[in-house]
Design a protein around this ligand. Sequence first.
Ligand code: AMP
Length: 184
Amino acid sequence: MTATTPIETALRTAIRDIPDFPKPGIVFKDITPILSNGELFAQTVDALAEQLNKIDVDLIVGIESRGFLFGAALAYKLGLGFVPIRKKGKLPAKTVSREYALEYGTDVIEMHADAITTGHNVVVIDDLLATGGTAKATIELLQEAGATVAAVQFVVDLAFLGGVPVLKSVLPANTPIHALVTYA
Ligand code: AMP
């Protein structure tokens, strides 16, 4: 068992459980108290950057919408560009898209068709990993566009929902999948 780091302890304290949001039975992990605490927000972005210190990265790719908050700050800190992955119909220029399964029905994510150059090494970031469906679709969209996904990062992993194995199924072996806080 690995020791709990100070940032993990601070994040666990800050993240709020909101029961029955957005629908009955879901316990929503509210990360907004991280954002409103300037010191903790900076420490969180620093910790995300630290996880990438041995990885060759060209671009940070953030998933709508809370992945934008951490991803854009991380990109700024690392001096890298940022690419948004959005829900269908939000991006103005030509897009590439991928449909993925939800518990009931399907959803579609989109990326600007010219956002990625073949051979780019990218890091995917979102606030939270649940079942892994959204991040898996993002990884596949990036791979189809010719990128190499060099790492995947989350602030929170709801490990009991089994997202990491889902992501591993589409990533080369040994691709780092990091979370700052894991709920077993
Ligand atoms: P999934 O595709 O199941 O891994 O869901 C991941 C996406 O849904 C992320 O963008 C999360 O922000 C959001 N999400 C799913 N479950 C929760 C939860 N319990 N609390 C907060 N956000 C969640």
